[in-house]
Design a protein around this ligand. Structure first.
Ligand code: OSB
Ligand code: MG
Length: 377
């Protein structure tokens, strides 16, 4: 891998926060609920050398994790942004340290850090890929398919995504909607790369049911148990032939180290928001790579900002499985960047322009904004 050179310091003048409500093309259902509108915070860092953009991937309710949009807004506007403005001049690599006195709130921190990184790199004319050590110009595109009305509707939805070229299918499962759904997809489409995501919906008492999934030759089962169930995941892993992949549980590089030491995860889903930022995400990538543990890039229904950043992250060499990096059109009819991600031959292009390499569609950004605040020193 090329060495990762630090970015030059920026002087932060102001931060603008916006809450956006962007309609989804179709409802997205997981074991914890259904979304029809993406509520997301967009962060703009205004520096003496220009502006940068970030995205806070919280959802409107604290169901996937304890974070949620209004909580992120509160901690950003009252604690995180003031702490950075107070420091005034700093390098992007210093952001996590400045924000460390605030416990948790990793998605909020990640979005703010990304806006600073983007501003710093745009000022230098360096791409996010050069900064993180991306090694590919395109990444394989997987799709996460929500729970549908019934297995037949699921088969129809999956068929549509396969027709669009997605190279790997992930289906959401929950108790009562697991074996039949998975069997239906396997029967309809033969040997496609297929995996399931339980979003913490099971307990160890369900181990017998989960072991029945072994019959379907899945790439992995993602987060069957609760966020803090590292030991139970290790116990479950011994009962299954299907590799256990952790999502919710991997909240930091330290959590990744613990999970690997305990044997709780054979594969890791890396999401920069969940772990507090793209630099922490890279640390997990490096750790997993050294340990021979495959990783892949998860998604949080990102807009074009976070989707561009995820494509770059997934271009690091340890990302050996297709990520949840689908085309923007999988979720949105209108994105907030001028060139939304598209799927071509089953892949999404890794942006190469300065910073995140995407430009904001100002009219779309304005149209979806439901709340805004500009915070200055
Ligand atoms: O568990 O991976 C998850 C979306 C919201 C919250 C959690 C998850 C997901 C997805 C969607 O599966 C992934 C995507 O953005 O395509
Ligand atoms: Mg998941």
């Amino acid at each position: 891998m090329p060495p990762r050179a630090p970015a030059a310091p920026v002087t932060l003048d102001a931060v603008e926060l916006r809450v956006l409500h962007i309609p989804l093309v179709s409802p997205f259902t997981t074991s914890f609920g259904t979304e029809t509108v993406r509520e997301v915070i967009i962060v703009s860092a205004e520096t003496s050398d220009g502006r940068g953009w970030g995205e806070v991937v919280t959802q409107s309710e604290p169901s996937y994790s304890s974070e949620y949009t209004q909580g992120a807004w509160d901690v950003l506007s009252r604690f995180l942004v003031p702490a950075l403005l107070e420091r005034r001049t700093f390098a992007p690599e210093e952001v996590a340290g400045v924000l460390r006195p605030v416990v948790g709130h990793r998605m909020a921190k990640a979005g703010l850090e990304l806006a600073v990184i983007d501003a710093a790199l745009r000022a230098e004319g360096r791409s996010f890929g050069q900064y993180l050590g991306a090694e590919k110009d395109r990444v394989p595109s997987g799709v996460s398919v929500g729970i549908q009305r019934d297995p037949a509707a699921l088969v129809e939805a999956v068929g549509g995504y396969l027709d669009e070229g997605y190279v790997r299918i992930k289906i959401k499962i929950k108790p009562g909607r697991d074996l039949d759904d998975t069997a239906a997809v396997r029967e309809a489409f033969g040997g496609i790369p297929l995996q399931v995501d339980a979003n913490s919906a099971y307990t160890l008492a369900d181990a017998d049911t989960l072991a029945e999934l072994d019959a379907f030759d899945l790439l992995l089962i993602e987060q069957p148990l609760q966020e803090d169930d590292l030991v139970d995941h290790a116990t479950l892993a011994k009962r299954l032939r299907t590799p256990v992949c952790l999502d919710e549980s991997i909240v930091s590089d330290k959590a990744a180290a613990d999970a690997l030491a305990l044997g709780s995860a054979a594969i890791i889903n890396i999401k920069a928001g969940r772990v507090g930022g793209y630099l922490e995400a890279v640390a997990i990538h490096d750790r997993a790579r050294a340990a021979g543990i495959p990783v892949w890039c998860g998604g949080m229904l990102e807009t074009g900002i976070g989707r561009a950043a995820n494509a770059v992250l997934a271009a690091l060499p340890g990302f050996s499985l297709p990520g949840d990096i689908s085309a923007s059109a999988r979720f949105y009819t209108q994105d907030i960047v001028t060139e939304p991600a598209v799927i071509e031959d089953g892949h999404v292009r890794v942006p190469t322009g300065p910073g995140l390499g995407v430009e904001i569609d100002a009219a779309a950004l304005e149209r979806f904004t439901v709340r805004r605040e500009r915070i200055t020193r």
